[in-house]
Design a protein around this ligand. Structure first.
Ligand code: SF4
Length: 443
């Protein structure tokens, strides 16, 4: 347990401390201008930093330094916690421009390699921002999968015809009652779950709900995630409704791992699905990989990268494994520095390609040495991914757990739909009503 005494803003401090510490009892106590740290027979203290002009950041820096002393570990993202480091970079750059590098390095204690990475992501995003600012993106969640992967942290459901029918009915009501024609749509994204797992007839019903919002300039993505759900009928539907970006997500190209994480397909199936899509002229394909999957060492990841490079997708998203605290692998302990090998291999691979990083985010339960990065060939950056991470578009979300985010003069306002499928179906009127109140400013 990590305890903080005489401190406010505990959530951020705890998140930072958790990046360093394993299970055990730890206490931080603020005593006037000093911060003390206790762990079993260990005690250390430090003068509270005065580097920032706000107490929260000063305390974070002091916590970091105490824990660096204690663990002899440096975190590559320094004192930054939270999902989106690029937003912070943007703020610092807008305010300080030529001093930004020093601030990120000396105050936020961020490693040079991560500063360079963040600045590169920002540089890729800047011209896209201008084109999509103030527009609206649509997201639909299809929370069904044929089997459940062992590391999955999403709310997903096994295929059940009645449940799928009821879910699509609720979606239909939600879209019809809360989406208005006057909006300028910049992207549509159907994700999940595995949208293609519900079969082509059902997928077609879902696509038809929003296809009239798809114009020439709209990016339209459908995740057809697992190759065991991809066939010619699915691809025909996507082609017919002008879906121009698809995502085929192997996560790994090692058959042994695929089996051990309960994915009912092989790496050959991934290649087959990919080539079928290519033959049908899908020319904007994303693929996802995950670093540190259970049982994999960095050489396995290297093999996956090599196999993917032969397929040559337009974009490649490389995730760090995110695990709930109670998951088996976390309980067994993960060597935090282990992630370093994976990121080195990832970076060496990317340097040999024409992929550029265009969006980046971190999650709470990932290795602190890693992050999730979306890479693309120039011109194939996903508008939806940027809009969703950087909060520069309104996002209207449909389906379970989906978040509607509306940009208002006084900041971002959010509404999240029910997280459980039965609650969502039963409370659809309430979700629509709450969302419409939030969206009033849009219409
Ligand atoms: S395919 Fe994705 S959403 Fe479905 S069970 Fe696996 S990790 Fe979860």
């Amino acid at each position: 347990m990590i305890e903080f005494k005489n401190l406010e803003y505990q959530k951020e401090y705890k998140e930072l401390a958790q990046f360093f510490l394993d299970d055990g009892d730890y206490t931080f106590i603020k005593n006037e201008d000093r911060l003390e740290f206790y762990s079993q027979n260990y005690h250390d203290e430090i003068l509270i930093s005065e580097n920032f002009n706000n107490e929260k950041s000063n305390l974070k820096e002091s916590i970091y330094k105490l824990l660096e002393n204690y663990t002899k570990m440096k975190l590559p993202w320094g004192i930054l916690v939270g999902v989106n480091p690029i937003k912070k970079f943007r703020k610092i750059l807008n305010k300080n421009n030529d001093k930004s590098f020093d601030i990120l390095s000396n105050k936020y204690l961020i490693d040079k390699s991560k500063i360079d990475l963040g600045l590169e992501v920002k540089k890729t995003q800047d011209p896209i921002f201008e084109n999509i600012k103030d527009k609206t993106s649509i997201y639909i969640d299809i929370p069904f999968c044929a089997t459940r992967c062992s590391y999955c942290a999403y709310p997903t459901y096994r295929l059940d015809d009645n449940l799928i029918t009821d879910y699509i009915k609720a979606l239909e009501k939600e879209v019809q009652e809360s989406l208005n024609r006057g909006l300028e749509i910049s992207s549509i994204y159907i994700g999940g779950g595995t949208p293609s797992s519900i079969g082509w007839r059902n997928l077609e019903k879902v696509i038809k709900l929003v296809e009239s919002y798809n114009s020439e300039k709209t990016e339209f993505t459908v995740e057809i995630g697992r190759p065991d759900t991809i066939d010619k009928n699915i691809l025909d539907v996507l082609k017919y409704y002008f879906v121009d970006r698809i995502s085929i997500n192997p996560q790994t190209m090692n058959d042994k791992t695929l089996k051990s994480i309960s994915r009912a397909h092989t790496s050959e199936d991934i290649k087959r699905a990919f080539f079928m899509a290519r033959e049908m002229e899908f020319n904007n394909i994303n693929m996802d990989l995950i670093m540190e999957l259970p049982g994999e060492i960095s050489e396995d990841f290297k093999h996956s990268l090599f196999e993917i490079s032969k397929l040559d997708p337009e974009s490649l998203t490389i995730h760090a494994l995110s695990l709930k605290k109670s998951s088996e692998i976390r309980l067994n302990g993960v060597d935090k520095k282990f992630g370093d090998n994976f990121s080195k291999i990832r970076d060496e691979f990317i340097n040999l390609t024409d992929y550029v990083p265009y969006y980046l985010y971190r999650q709470k339960n990932i290795n602190p040495f890693l992050e999730n990065i979306g890479y693309s060939k120039p011109g194939y950056e996903s508008i939806y991914n940027i809009a969703m991470m950087e909060d520069i578009n309104n996002i209207i979300g449909f389906g379970i757990s989906s978040t509607t985010k509306i940009l208002q003069k006084n900041g971002l306002k959010k509404h999240m739909n029910h997280r459980n499928i039965k609650d969502y179906i039963e409370n659809i009127d309430k979700d629509i009503k709450d969302k419409l109140i939030l969206m009033e400013e849009l219409y």
